[in-house]
Design a protein around this ligand. Structure first.
Ligand code: GCW
Length: 716
């Protein structure tokens, strides 16, 4: 009888555990560690010593208690003095209790922290000391991470401070609940029930962000309109800000430049008009009354149909500065987007943002950040770094990465973006000689800026797993960690994430990290190899459509970008072409201008190349193109194979979903390869290289596919 009961209990607890593994806990799972680890760590985690009761300190306590009780299976007692060996002491440099430990906390930096093994009142202890409360919170999460990833904690001497000041998620969420380019359900913000109902999910969102150092959130889409600035909504915004504040997260809003007309009854939004200025001043005052630590505004102006200062013959600087002036007295900033191009302008789209903004260098107020996408076009699987990095030394440039996989397979494709971020950040702009990396522009060290920032367009929604898939969580994670320190290795961050999200099992970690690290290159290969880009379906951006010319605007059409004809393929951006190369520092311009020196990965971005051109490999371009497309599909097959061997290492639910998503990815990779090869072959007129399988279907079949209600497309 007892045996039966135990069996039932066993399977029950198994079932409960399995049910809980729905991805909701992200990388903060805090599941019980192995018995050896528990034994090793428990000696250093017997009590929690705290001496302050600010909301952030309370959050720290809760997190440590939650984390340590989960990981070590024991509840921590809390006290205000050290009573024995193994205390964890948490506080800030300003606490007298901490001062007593005499730690070196000089120059810790805003939000920095130390984690040190110390002797306190004759007992061994670990001190987690922040420069301020938020720093202590970051330190607490770091400490938990050490345990989660199985690190030794016997002799700790860690010191960290963020290299970038504003580490921000941009939500492309509309007040109607939709998320532009969102593949993880609806908007998390339940505007209708706010401000009264504060979904506990908001707190978990804040915890997750704080655990990776994110300290800002833009709540609404850059094209959301002006309604968010009405009192009805500002009250709701204030409620969210209250939830996030203890976690060191400030709220920002996207604003519409024409708001004074839309909700203010004015006839103009001209930034030099005194009534317009007064309207914005009053609006800013009103916001700060409700949200004293409000971060500021994000603005998409004169871009893709949005209103802006140019409607009144003013410059982007006029517009940004007007807003900056009303925010400055409150300590707010303007994040002004450089994603600007105009269909009326026949010039190469890749050049337009540079042409528009470079002359404005030195014209922006010092609380303006110019938010520049990582590449000159639009978050494609691969682009060279944006030429504005390094070209505007007198302006604070912040990086904008896309975390949501608009162009990289939506929710289902496993594409780890760490290598993409790392590739861009480590690119050398050469603007001040060798070593002038994009990371150094963004962290302010190259040009001496103290206002610095990195934004990520979020991939978060109401899906139980937040991001639409387990592996998409890694992209949120790696964004936050890289925004903290843009020189980190995406491999090391992938490893942390795998350990925290799945298991510390070495075989599993090794295989999965390798799979993640290769996944972005695989996607580049099966979608847009050799410097191609923008080959996706119109509007919704789902699937391949290199033939498509249906979009109303030339530079929304794939044919604009690949320029394939009977002779060759690629966009000539050399000095004899559009001369986009000239926007890079001279050594880079010279390199990209020369077909022979251009790396294969950017070849067709900078050059129009004959199909029969001999590549470095000795093969023709046509051969290489087919080979890359095929390689991409083969890589996904290998990813599936890797995953097949990992059955049993983790819970069944997450395992099965990943397995199924990989199957979808393989199907869609094959589709991308076949559709692109079928199309390019119809243009090149060349036979398929020997040994390469023909597309599964005819070109006409691929061209006939059309899709309704694709997720993430706001125009349905
Ligand atoms: O990548 C494109 C997207 C748009 C987006 C725009 C932008 C917010 O397709 O959906 O709009 O960029 O960044 O402004």
């Amino acid at each position: 009888m007892l045996a039966v009961l135990m069996l039932t209990m066993g399977s029950l607890s198994c079932a409960t555990r399995a049910r809980a593994e729905d991805g909701y806990d992200l990388w903060l799972r805090y599941r019980l560690l192995t018995p050896e680890q528990v034994k090793r760590y428990r000696r250093h985690a017997s009590e929690l010593v705290v001496d302050s009761f600010t909301p952030t300190q309370i959050a720290i306590r809760k997190e440590l208690q939650r984390g340590l009780s989960g990981l070590l299976g024991q509840n921590l007692r809390t006290s205000d003095t050290v009573t024995g060996d193994g205390a964890i002491i948490v506080g800030t440099v300003s606490s007298s209790f901490i001062a007593h430990l005499r730690l070196d906390t000089a120059n810790l930096g805003h939000d920095g922290y130390v984690i040190r093994s110390v002797v306190a009142d004759g007992h061994t202890a670990i001190a987690i000391v922040g420069n301020n409360d938020t720093g202590a919170l970051y330190g607490a999460f770091h400490f938990l991470r050490l345990l989660q990833t199985g690190q030794p904690i016997e002799h700790l001497d860690l010191r960290e401070s963020p290299q970038i000041k504003l580490r921000v998620l941009d939500h492309w969420d509309y007040l109607n609940g939709k998320v532009e380019r969102g593949y993880a359900g609806a908007s998390m913000w339940d505007w209708w029930k706010l401000p009264d109902w504060r979904d506990p999910r908001y707190t978990d969102y804040a915890r997750a962000n704080a655990s990776i150092g994110i300290n800002g959130t833009v709540l609404n889409d850059v094209t959301d309109g002006a309604t968010i600035l009405t009192p009805f909504y500002l009250e709701k915004v204030a409620a969210l800000a209250d939830v996030f504040r203890p976690y060191g997260i400030r709220v920002y809003l996207s604003i519409r430049f024409s708001a004074p007309m839309e909700i203010g009854g004015l006839k103009t939004a001209d930034p030099l008009d005194s009534r317009v200025q007064a309207w914005w001043r009053a609006k800013a005052d009103e916001i700060y009354k409700r949200v004293p630590d409000f971060g500021g505004f994000l603005v998409k102006a004169n871009s893709e149909g949005q209103p802006g200062p140019k409607d009144y013959g003013r410059t982007h600087a006029d517009g940004a500065n007007m807003l900056a002036d009303v925010l400055a007295p409150h300590g707010g900033v303007v994040m002004w987007r450089a994603f600007v191009y105009s269909q009326a302008n026949p010039d190469d789209r890749a050049k337009q943002a540079y042409n528009e903004f470079k002359p404005l260098d030195g014209h922006f107020r010092n609380n303006v950040l110019l938010q520049v996408k990582n590449g000159p076009i639009d978050f494609q699987p691969r682009e060279p770094f944006h030429p504005l990095f390094g070209a505007m030394p007198k302006t604070a440039l912040m990086m904008e990465f896309e975390i949501t996989k608009e162009y990289l397979g939506f929710a289902t494709h496993l594409v780890y973006l760490g290598p993409l971020y790392e590739e861009v950040l480590s690119s050398d702009t050469m603007s001040r000689g060798k070593g002038s990396t994009v990371a150094k522009v963004v962290d302010g060290s190259l040009e001496g800026h103290s206002l610095t920032g990195m934004a990520g367009d979020a991939n978060i929604g109401t899906d139980r797993d937040w991001c639409g898939s387990d592996f998409n969580q890694a992209n949120w994670y790696v964004f936050g960690r890289m925004a903290w320190d843009p020189t980190q290795s995406s491999r090391a961050l992938a490893e942390d994430w795998v350990r925290m999200t799945f298991t510390n099992n070495e075989a599993f970690v090794k295989s999965v990290v390798a799979m993640m690290m290769g996944s972005r290159e695989a996607a580049v290969d099966y979608m847009t190899p050799l410097g191609l880009l923008h080959l996706m379906g119109p509007g919704h951006h789902y699937g391949p459509a290199p033939w498509d010319a249906s979009e109303s605007e030339a530079d929304w059409r794939p044919v604009y970008y690949h320029r394939a004809d009977h002779q060759g393929i690629g966009f000539d951006r050399t000095r004899t072409g559009s001369n986009a190369v000239a926007e890079y520092a001279p050594p880079i311009a010279t390199q990209f201008n020369d077909l022979k020196q251009t790396p294969d990965q950017f070849l067709l971005y900078f050059h129009h190349v004959p199909w029969e051109y001999r590549m470095r490999s000795g093969q023709t371009l046509w051969y290489e193109l087919v080979a890359h497309y095929t390689q991409g599909v083969d890589d996904v097959k290998k990813m599936r194979e890797t995953w097949r061997h990992l059955d049993g290492y983790i819970d069944d639910e997450r395992y099965q979903q990943v397995a199924t998503f990989l199957a979808i990815q393989e199907k869609e990779a094959q589709w991308w390869r076949d559709a692109c090869i079928a199309y390019f072959q119809s243009v090149s007129g060349l036979p398929l290289p020997v040994g390469y399988a023909p597309p599964l279907h005819s070109l006409r079949y691929y061209e006939s596919l059309s899709f309704l209600y694709v997720p993430g497309f706001s125009s349905w």
